[in-house]
Design a protein around this ligand. Structure first.
Ligand code: ADP
Ligand code: MG
Length: 384
């Protein structure tokens, strides 16, 4: 893995070679892996993500003519525009980046012309939220260029601007977990977020000899196609049919009365998944490996059978992780591809990754990627 210092240097050097501009600040925001609580954010539920040590770095410098130029090491074509012409019609990858500059301005924050270069160690489209990572890195770099310290209020504005850019410009109606953890995560902890109260709390993870392993199946998901939005609509229908504001308020017995089989199963996933989050916090706190295994297994089965967002590669990675030494494993992120998360003894990382690689080869799948998710801190900017 590239170290933060390498990526900071790469981004500042590339800003110079691409645009001839000396960076004044470098913004950083991490990707994330969700431990449990999937698709619960837009149902006013609970989630428990961890920020990855893998992050997007945004080297930036101000301009006085209102022009915005942004290039990314991960995308071939740079973006050029003007602050006064930003809007929801921005397409492609700049939707996430120029899009968040627009939503920051819409929120009344001082964003002016700038040059920016992005470098990232978050795999794109792997269910690890490279999208929130790039939005939040861009936003904090732009605020850094304006000299703004990231106090609590400004952090909340970054979260909101990222959510709005993703929904209205990138057209991916995600629920807010990704941006919240990208901004508010603390080193060594997971972030327990309650989307009903709007509160979040750092949960220190005393992992001991345990490691969080992420395996990217390399099956590319696409949140802007129909699956995610369809699930969201089904959840909203279930809540409306029950006469509730959200599925957070639903009891399992109520959900079982829903007439439509698909809507009932979608709602059942949300209600049971929300109920698994706090027991997971407890199990992680006490190092109860059996409980973690059971909670992760139930969560994965619920996503596979009731919410129907898994794919064969995810199922194979999960079953192989568990049979080769993980305490627990489940698919993570929006689904339809992407990654799984496993909790396992540090000395099981080698045998588990080898077993998954072998199972994928035997099944004729592309080789997966593995990364260690040591819990990292949320977004920040520093002078270059
Ligand atoms: P995920 O968030 O799971 O990685 P998404 O489909 O939500 O997947 O977001 C991926 C998209 O975000 C990419 O296709 C690209 O448009 C944008 N993106 C992410 N990281 C970068 C980056 N470093 N530079 C440019 N665009 C990026
Ligand atoms: Mg995303």
């Amino acid at each position: 893995m590239l170290e933060p210092t390498d990526l900071t240097a790469r981004a500042t050097e590339a800003l110079l070679t691409t645009f001839g501009t000396e960076a004044t600040v470098v913004g950083r925001a991490p990707g994330r892996v969700n431990l449990i609580g999937e698709h619960t954010d837009y149902n006013a539920g609970l989630v428990l993500p961890v920020a990855l040590p893998h992050a997007t770095y945004a080297a930036a410098a101000p301009r006085t003519d209102g022009v915005i130029r942004i290039a990314s090491a991960q995308e071939p074509e740079p973006f050029t525009g003007h602050v006064d012409e930003l809007g929801p019609e921005i397409e492609g990858w700049p939707a996430y980046v120029a899009g968040v500059l627009w939503t920051l301005r819409e929120a009344g924050l001082e964003v002016d012309g700038l040059d920016m270069y992005l470098e990232s160690s978050v795999p794109l489209g792997a269910g690890l939220s490279s999208s929130a990572s790039v939005e939040c890195a861009t936003a904090v770099a732009a605020l850094g260029v304006a000299g703004r310290a990231l106090d609590e209020d400004l952090r909340r504005s970054v979260v909101a601007a990222g959510i709005r850019a993703e929904a209205e410009v990138a057209k991916a109606p995600t629920g807010g977990m990704d941006q919240t953890v990208a901004v508010f995560a603390e080193t060594g902890g997971a972030l327990l977020i309650d989307f009903d109260s709007g509160e979040h709390r750092n949960v220190p993870l005393a992992l001991g000899d345990r490691t969080i392993l992420v395996t990217d199946t390399r099956v590319k998901h696409q949140l802007t196609d129909g699956g995610y939005a369809a699930r969201r609509a089904q959840c909203e229908k279930a809540a409306a049919d029950l006469g509730l504001r959200s599925l957070r308020e639903a009891a399992l017995e109520q959900v079982e009365t829903l007439a439509d089989d698909v809507v009932r199963r979608r709602a059942r996933h949300i209600v049971t998944e929300i109920a698994r989050v706090e027991p997971t916090v407890t199990a992680l706190g006490s190092g109860d490996r059996a409980a973690i295994g059971e909670l992760f297994a139930a969560s994965h089965a619920s996503m596979r059978d009731d919410f129907e967002i898994s794919v064969p590669e995810l199922d194979l990675a999960v079953s192989t992780a568990v049979t080769s030494g993980a305490d627990g494993a489940r698919m993570t992120g929006g689904g339809f591809g992407g990654s799984i998360v496993s909790i396992l003894p540090a000395d099981a990382v080698e045998p588990v990754t080898a077993a998954i690689d072998k199972a994928f080869a035997e099944a004729g799948h592309n080789p997966p990627g593995h990364l260690i998710a040591t819990p990292a801190a949320g977004a920040s900017w520093a002078s270059a």
